[in-house]
Design a protein. Structure first.
Ligand SMILES: [Zn+2]
Length: 137
């Protein structure tokens, strides 16, 4: 895929977000080597960024501030716990997620979710894990 530079706007302060090495935010750790993120040009005054895909450098979702990043991490954790609990394939988990939140396949990415949607994911996973394993019957 051709590497392209795309323009995105920070949803919080409306400034431009630009592609920067992840080390700008995380420091130079080995884990973040070669990684990039879209960072609000008002950073660190505005704490909004989103990771970029390693190969395409396209954003993994929408820019998020600290609160939203935390909620997305919690939603990911809830979803993996649900996946392990149900011994499900990743595609099946995302199909379930689409049905739970009434989303299309395109929309069902936690990186694009709002704080409210993340909370819905966490609640739906908690609820589902209380039920018997209907899917493995
Ligand atoms: Zn901003």
């Amino acid at each position: 895929m051709k590497k392209m530079k795309i323009q995105i706007e920070c949803p919080y302060c409306k400034a431009k977000a630009i592609l920067r090495p992840a080390s700008v935010v995380y420091g130079s750790t080995l884990k973040e080597k070669g990684r990039h993120l879209y960072l609000c040009t008002n950073w660190p005054a505005c704490d909004a960024y989103v990771s970029a895909h390693k190969s395409s450098l396209l954003p993994m979702g929408t820019l998020a501030n600290g609160d939203l990043r935390h909620k997305r991490i919690m939603a990911h954790r809830a979803l993996s716990a649900f996946q392990r609990h149900g011994h499900m394939e990743t595609w099946a988990v995302y199909l379930w997620l689409q049905m739970q939140l009434g989303l299309s396949r395109e929309e069902a990415h936690i990186g694009r979710f709002s704080a409210e949607q993340c909370e819905q994911v966490i609640a739906a996973c908690r609820q589902a894990m209380k039920l018997p394993r209907l899917l493995s019957a």
